[in-house]
Ligand binder design. Structure first.
Ligand SMILES: *Cc1c(COP(=O)(O)O)cnc(C)c1O
Length: 426
């Protein structure tokens, strides 16, 4: 069966009609909740593909969708002028109150928080040092981290003129400390890989009076993480705004010690002779981030979790109803800590490779994005609109079922949106 015939046979199946209808309802619901009735479909006008996001909070796929309360706050923000610093001051205090920490600021993502946090630690409140960066001559400019915590986003630290000093053990860490040591940096999702765990790391910072920074970019849920690490004693804690918090994708949170956050703020707009001038957060994003946080704190996390579990199980059961399909349901311990699904199958029985299935999902209507490779297909439901799981479950089953009698679709489907990650790692 060639691809056109394959699609034709889908179209002739009776449930396709209800499938299209139900999708219409979901997208209509979206339009009604987030857009005015007169709003035209800008993506459609541009010919830009939209899709059901079963992949997760990837920048390449534009992160998350903001709840209506957040887009309302953003729209409200456009209605008046304010002084940017005054707004950041008040919002910083409000966030600190909500999260029970000393101070906070809205940053340009977690990456931005890492950059301005590091820059602030190096400069302190010295304006000459602020303008001098990324030339860090004459400043403390060494950031110590565990080897196993290193990842691509550490570029945020070196971008502002700091040097990474990689160590393996607490003994090695203590030996590396000298008059140039600016900060100790920790990757939350690396906790189990590293020899030095959270509390010991914090204690080492306190022992030598060196600020500690923890990157928690993708670490809500659980909601407790928003409180846990400032309480534990980390001096700076950073979260992405556009991942689990579902705020603006270009925003983030930097929490912690007032003195350090005030120094970080010296690097941000409106000040212009700074390394952080391009990391602007506008008033709308500041309000959107605050609102996203407020909503996140109020939501019924247990109920949401149960919904995700149900959705994952439904998609898993639907796929497994095709003979030869297997699945694994799991929750990553750190980062993207949500119910997740991996589907794989015997490609002798079902003659389609996982990347080909992902391709078919992508080119179908509605388009569906997943993660995966030629071994398995990865699915999460936390970034989907409720209801879309039924469409996804049906599409996956249909394609797998059809492929039991062969697949003559696209053979070379290696290059998708995940390609840039492979390139960056190489
Ligand atoms: C996503 C991520 C970042 C970057 O965060 P942004 O909010 O996109 O700037 C940094 N560190 C880790 C571990 C991440 O997962």
């Amino acid at each position: 069966m060639n691809r056109r015939k394959l699609l034709k046979s889908f179209a002739s199946l009776p449930f396709i009609g209800s499938l299209l209808n139900s999708d219409f309802v979901y997208s209509k619901h979206n339009l009604e909740s987030n857009l005015s009735s007169t709003q035209k479909d800008l993506y459609k006008d541009l010919g830009v593909r939209t899709f059901i996001n079963c992949a997760g909070t990837y920048t390449a796929l534009t992160g998350s969708l903001m709840p209506k309360e957040v887009t309302d706050a953003i729209t409200f923000g456009t209605s008046q002028y304010v002084e940017l610093d005054e707004l950041q001051d008040r919002v910083g205090e409000r966030i600190a109150e909500l999260l029970g920490c000393e101070y906070a600021t809205v940053s340009s993502g977690c990456f931005g928080a890492m950059s301005i946090g590091t820059a602030g630690v190096m400069s302190g409140m010295d304006n000459d040092k602020v303008t001098q960066l990324p030339n860090s001559k004459g400043m403390k400019n060494e950031v110590i981290l565990q080897d196993s915590h290193f990842m691509g986003y550490c570029q945020a630290i070196t971008n502002v003129g700091a040097k990474l000093i990689k160590i393996k053990s607490s003994k090695e860490l203590e030996k590396s400390i000298n008059s140039k040591t600016a900060m100790l940096w920790f990757l939350n999702s690396g906790n189990d890989r590293g020899e030095i765990k959270w509390q010991e790391f914090v204690d080492l910072g306190k022992k030598y009076n060196i600020p500690t920074f923890i990157d928690c970019a993708a670490d809500v849920p659980p909601v407790e993480n928003l409180f846990k690490f400032t309480k534990m004693g980390f001096d700076l804690v950073a979260f992405s705004g556009g991942k689990g918090l579902r705020g603006p994708q270009s925003a983030g949170l930097l929490l912690g010690k007032r003195k350090l956050i005030e120094a970080a703020r010296l690097h941000t707009p409106p000040r212009g002779v700074t390394i952080g001038r391009g990391m602007k957060v506008n008033k709308e994003e500041v309000l959107g981030m605050l609102t996203a946080l407020e909503i996140y704190l109020k939501k019924d996390h247990e109920k949401e979790w149960k919904m995700w579990e149900g959705q994952i199980k439904m998609i898993s059961d639907s796929a497994k109803s095709v003979d030869g399909v297997q699945s694994e349901i799991f929750v990553p311990k750190y980062a993207n800590h949500v119910p997740s699904l991996r589907i794989y199958w015997d490609t002798k029985k079902i003659k389609i490779y996982p990347n080909q299935l992902r391709h078919e999902l992508r080119v179908g209507h509605p388009s569906i994005e997943t993660t995966g490779d030629n071994e398995s297909v990865g699915i999460t439901t936390w970034m989907m609109e409720p209801g879309q799981e039924r469409t996804v479950a049906r599409r996956i089953r249909e394609i797998l079922q059809s492929a039991t009698s062969g697949y003559e679709g696209s053979k070379n489907v290696d290059s998708d949106w995940m390609g840039y990650m492979k390139k960056e790692k190489a």
